[in-house]
Design a protein around this ligand. Structure first.
Ligand code: MOS
Length: 739
């Protein structure tokens, strides 16, 4: 093996392309003869289209087509579900009938020669709807919950209700967490072009092979007729995992007008039909002995979904294994509403479920007059008690130790309102983070070329974590080549299939596939050289070869060896090619409970008079297995912590109860943290060698970075003010009410 590349804090190799504009995002793939499409959405939240007056709009300048349910093609909508589609229900069939199921539902598309003409025409289109009042409040009296997990409650054990009744110390509280929208910088966009019955989509997607399969199913085409291309993503956080209706609309429009069509959602439209984090209402009840041992844990939550799909997420999945406790009961309900279907948003499930659990543990720590880290230490489990398996690795307490040392936790005074900086109230809070260490089947192809370089391909995505760089590191190290000699390509549906670029599984899944494909290519290269009588490796067995200064030589030889380039050019120049598929070892998957863990520390300052809150410091320490690139990993974690500040203090999609309209569907009123709100954030990693998750020891990072931050902020605000706010986002008025 040559110099180790994995583990080096290299800068992004795709960084220059991004800052110079050389990196192309979906909406930049302009096609010759392209037209522009604009969606017209419903302005009622529930009802039916009565009449659409298209004629006046069709006569407007530049308008080529107005497409509604009356003239749209009836599409096949063949059954299609991937792992990211809700198991229950059926996707929205766009422009297939007159029903209005939620506010903003696409009811028409206007296609014109310029974006300006399309926008003007879209604004002028009158759609007459018969509207009723939608149900959009999952906590309203009469809202009907359904239980997707009946009989399959994760982690349940013992008799939690009896144990709670008998507990010496109790906490029994309810947390209400708001609906959020993802709001990445890049809007959803699709450029669609047909050539006969073949469709090319340049489309923002975290899962290009699924977008290919889904659009093929929607149009009743063989999957091979659809190509999806997405080399760069300007942030997504889960909103581009599923293939939302606008992709179908772009393809409908392009087919109807017989020309390529570009469709870009407005910021406002990104609040309608591209998923959102569902609002949750959660009860957590904890019972403990006076010395702080948990005896009962009840965690019940309800979350919103749409009428047409049953979106479920891992809201309570961590509850069964975060703490040692003999009696645990969880219950998860979803409440169908007249809204679009929610979806995965960074740390889906855990981010909200762990907020409730970690705030409740903090409340218990105060009730016990115990340090919150000490409470967690006393209840640190030896195994996953929820499913009775050992953890493949669990560094939670090591994360707390490292975090406490770096943060200076020993200087904290435990009483609420006891720390000050001048007139400001200071609060220090902690919370745990966790997320499953997922790995799904993935494939990769490696080509060794005559010029001594290697090409590596997988249908992965890079929504910002630096996938281009980290995968190149893995390939370079596996092949024994310098970084500059390896080109990693992603974001095309005709590359070897990869799982969704989500759930923190890309590094483990695609990374493992690349290792396998590189090994296979290397073995093939050695076989070629061994078969070549002129090669220094002639007749050498694959296992009798070693690396020396970037060359392959017979083990023990002192003579110079040969490079891949020598082998390929010496054997006629046709590339050595290998493709492999990697899956997690099923034995290990069965034997171990696999999760990343982390500890998050936060300092807030609260103005005691006007109650403004600022996160002054945030520090996360994570045990996430092997870190391929510490610089990019830390950058990703800091990004997740920013999202956690948003969840704690700012982000909330507000719906008008009269018509379900998201009233703050723009960046002026939907608040996200900006630089002034962030101050100092740091991420660190504890050394963790996990031989069970995969050969690389990678557990994944993207989601855990958001989990834990919101409860740490809330716990710090309690420490600063003595006011426990159980509504998220925490607002100034919540602190004023209690004052
Ligand atoms: Mo992430 S919510 O899995 O894109």
């Amino acid at each position: 093996m040559n110099d180790m590349v994995i583990g080096k804090p290299l800068p992004r190799i795709e960084g220059r392309a991004k800052v110079t504009g050389a990196a192309h995002y979906a909406a930049e793939f302009n096609q010759p003869g392209q037209l522009h499409a604009v969606i017209v959405g419903s302005t009622v939240g529930l009802g039916r289209v009565r009449h659409i007056d298209t004629a006046p709009v069709e006569r407007m300048p530049g308008v080529v087509a107005v497409i509604t349910h009356l003239n749209a093609p009836k599409l096949a909508y063949n059954p299609h579900k991937s792992g990211i589609d809700p198991g229950g229900g059926e996707r929205l069939h766009v422009l297939q009938d007159a029903e209005v199921r939620f506010y903003g539902q696409p009811l028409a598309i206007v296609v014109a020669d310029t974006l300006d003409h399309a926008e003007r025409a879209a604004a002028a289109l009158r759609i007459d709807c018969e509207g009723r009042t939608p149900a959009v409040d999952s906590a309203a009296p009469g809202a009907q919950a359904i239980n997707p997990d009946a009989g399959r409650e994760p982690g349940g054990r013992g008799d939690a209700d009896a144990a709670l009744a008998a507990a010496a110390v109790k906490v029994d509280v309810v947390y209400d967490m708001a609906r959020e929208n993802h709001n990445p910088m890049e809007p959803h966009a699709t450029v669609a072009a047909w050539a006969g019955d073949r469709l090319t989509l340049w489309s923002k997607s975290q899962f290009v092979v699924n977008e290919q399969a889904e659009i093929a199913a929607v149009f009743g085409l063989p999957a091979g007729n659809v190509q999806v291309i997405c080399p760069f993503i300007g942030g997504a956080f889960g909103t581009s995992l599923r293939t939302w209706p606008h992709v179908t609309l772009a393809a409908i429009a392009a087919r109807q007008v017989g020309r390529p069509v570009k469709l870009v959602l407005t910021r406002r439209q990104m609040f309608y039909t591209t998923g959102h984090r569902p609002r949750t209402v959660q009860r957590v009840a904890l019972g403990a002995t006076r010395d702080g041992r948990l005896t009962s844990l009840i965690h019940e939550g309800s979350a919103e979904t749409s009428r047409y799909e049953q979106y479920v997420e891992a809201l309570l999945s961590a509850t069964g294994f975060m703490v040692a406790c003999p009696n645990v009961r969880t219950g998860y309900r979803i409440v169908p509403l007249d809204t679009a279907t929610p979806t995965y948003m960074r740390g889906p499930g855990e981010a909200t479920g762990m907020t409730a659990l970690e705030c409740a543990l903090d409340e218990l720590a105060y009730a016990l007059r115990l340090d919150p880290i000490e409470l967690r230490r006393r209840n640190e489990p030896d195994i996953d008690e929820g499913d009775n398996r050992p953890f493949s690795s669990r560094s939670l307490m090591a994360c707390y130790d490292e975090g406490a040392r770096r943060f200076g936790w020993s200087r904290r005074t435990p009483e609420p309102r006891s720390m000050r900086d001048g007139r400001l109230q200071i609060g220090w809070g902690v919370a745990s983070a966790t997320y499953p260490a997922l790995q799904n089947p993935a494939s990769a192809r490696v080509r060794l070329l005559a010029d001594g370089t290697a090409e590596v391909e997988a249908a992965a995505s890079d929504m910002g974590p630096g996938t281009y760089t980290s995968m190149t590191q893995i390939a370079a190290e596996s092949l024994g080549l310098p970084m500059e000699r390896v080109r990693f390509r992603l974001g095309r549906s005709d590359y070897p299939p990869a799982p969704p670029h989500g759930g923190s599984m890309t590094m483990a899944s695609v990374g493992s596939a690349i290792v396998a494909a590189c090994k296979s290519a290397q073995a093939e290269a050695v076989r070629r050289a061994a078969a070549d009588p002129r090669s220094p490796l002639s007749g050498t067995a694959a296992d009798a070869v070693e690396w020396h200064q970037g060359q392959l030589r017979r083990r023990g030889d002192t003579a110079p060896g040969v490079s891949y380039g020598d082998i390929v050019s010496g054997s006629g120049g046709s590339p050595v090619e290998a493709m492999e598929r990697a899956v997690r070892d099923p034995d290990a998957a069965q034997r171990y409970s696999m999760h990343s863990f982390g500890a998050v520390f936060v300092e807030v300052a609260v103005d005691p008079d006007v109650k403004t809150m600022q996160v002054r410091r945030g520090l996360g320490v994570y045990g996430a297995g092997r870190i391929v690139n510490p610089r990019l990993a830390a950058s990703q974690c800091v990004g997740g912590m920013v999202g956690g500040i948003g969840m704690a203090l700012m982000e909330q999609t507000v719906l008008d109860p009269r018509d379900g309209r998201p009233v703050n569907a723009h960046m002026a009123d939907y608040l996200v943290p900006v630089n002034l709100d962030i101050a100092s954030l740091e991420a660190h990693f504890v050394q963790e060698h996990d031989p069970h998750v995969n050969a690389l020891g990678i557990k994944g990072l993207g989601e855990i970075a958001l989990v834990g931050m919101a409860p740490a902020v809330a716990n710090a605000i309690y420490h600063a003010t003595g006011t426990r706010v159980r509504n998220f986002p925490i607002r100034i008025e919540h602190l004023l009410e209690e004052a």
